[in-house]
Design a binder for this molecule. Sequence first.
Ligand SMILES: Cc1ncc(COP(=O)(O)O)c(C=O)c1O
Length: 443
Amino acid sequence: MTTAAAPALNPLAEAANAAIAKDCPAILAMLSERGKRFFFPAKGILAQGAEAKQKAKVANATVGIATEGGQPMHLACVHKYYNGITPAEAYDYAPSYGKPDLRQAWAKKQREETPSLGSHPTSLPVVTNALTHGLAVVGDLFLDPGDIALSSDLMWENYNLSWETRLGARIVTYSFFDSKLTGFNITAFTQALAQHQGRKLVVALNFPNNPSGYTPTRAEAGAIVNALTAAAQAGTRLVVVVDDAYYGMFFDEACLSESIFGKLAQAHENLLAVKVDGGTKEAFIWGVRVGCVTFGIKNGTKPVYDALEQKTAGIVRAVISNVTAAGQSIVLKALNDPDFRRQQGEKVALLKNRAAATRAECYKPEFADCWDVYPFNSGYFMCLRLKGAKAEDVRVKLLDAHGVGTIALGVSDLRVAFSCLTEAQIPGVFVAIAAAVRDVRGK
Ligand SMILES: Cc1ncc(COP(=O)(O)O)c(C=O)c1O
């Protein structure tokens, strides 16, 4: 039996790897085998098409779309649904990297919102099909089968599907909260980091957290940055994935109100920070599917960031080719709209009121026998640790007997999305949960 030899690296992958090896050798050791192989086909159809777009003044016969009257051919029965967006903005292909104007506008937004980043250079954002796809691409770049990704025990379940089921990596967890449920469990986090000292480790940080709705305080965030920096100093090669899905939904003065990416992006040569963010929750456009992946590292240089962007865009090209042009055009217009911040602020204020109404109910002494409340101060959710009843049994009882939908997580956690409850609904929801817990428990 002969074993097939691994295909030779494409010269463009070799060039990208060489650029990384020269300025940031630790990153080369973080890349997965797939990550090392990937490159952007800069000399292929896309590049030839881009060149023709600039220079083919007489006739452009490169692009795989159809044109008519100087714009993308289109049907009136489709276009009548697009208001204020041109056929080119809606139907033309976007580059695999994302629309250049959107990438610039998103980078500007990130920097404005992340003062701690200062003038430290990062890559430009590469546009993904929202955050799920961004996380998947990051997994593709950095996770080989058997590699370890560290996450809090309270985490979004899709990490498992994407990184474990799809890529064969292994997620290990630490306990997100301390045992008294007062805040972030820095001891557990630091111990978990120590167990992988000297190796490569992907670490997922998600604040505001799904499912708990917790963002660390500024002091806790400082301790997280220090723990990661110390681990990098001790030789662990860290890829820290900052999942900022719920960025901006902060309801408490004490929470860190900027992305932890700002500090991590300049923390250490052994620590590559990867910001995964997007319009999904921030701009309330869940089904539009526009997100971004952005890299930052202490000694990051333009050639290194170019190489990482190329590899990222190469994976986008290989799997989905490019992200919805209409969606990107809409997000760009929204970012440039003078009303964007005000309108976004109004919606966040609504969510903040719902969080306050939730807080007023869930801690009531009459429910103390039914649950502990995980700390929450941000995001869309809060989570209860039920007492004496299985979360799945309570979920089913709540649905069948009370018509209230919640999410059961693990054995005893119940997630409540206050983001989709009116303030008026909130008291009744907690009364119903308590009734369901007592019913399931039999007292
Ligand atoms: C923590 C977290 N990350 C990422 C995502 C994915 O977001 P998107 O819809 O942009 O793929 C979600 C969505 O629920 C989430 O809760």
